[in-house]
Design a protein. Structure first.
Length: 82
């Protein structure tokens, strides 16, 4: 049986966007005085990957939002008196 958009969202794993996680890591390094050009150079590939994955996550959320907005409503139960 095909899942509805709402069921898909309910069953989706909870996770933080990788770009946000990388941003927090860079902020932590900066606050602790550990962020310099050498560290940034070492982290360049990981930063690019986090940005790419983060962009993919945002696009997936947008697609899901569109599916929800365009889906027809389905009654889960019939109210008493109808």
């Amino acid at each position: 049986m095909k899942m509805t958009p709402l069921e898909f969202l309910i069953n989706a794993p909870e996770e933080v966007n990788p770009a946000l996680s990388m941003c927090r890591e860079l902020q932590r390094l900066e606050l602790s005085g550990e962020l310099d050009s050498a560290t940034m150079k070492e982290m360049a590939n990981a930063i690019e990957l986090a940005i790419s994955k983060g962009t993919d996550d945002v696009k997936a959320v947008e697609r899901t939002k569109e599916r929800l907005l365009n889906s027809r409503s389905v009654a889960g139960a019939i109210p008493m008196g109808f």
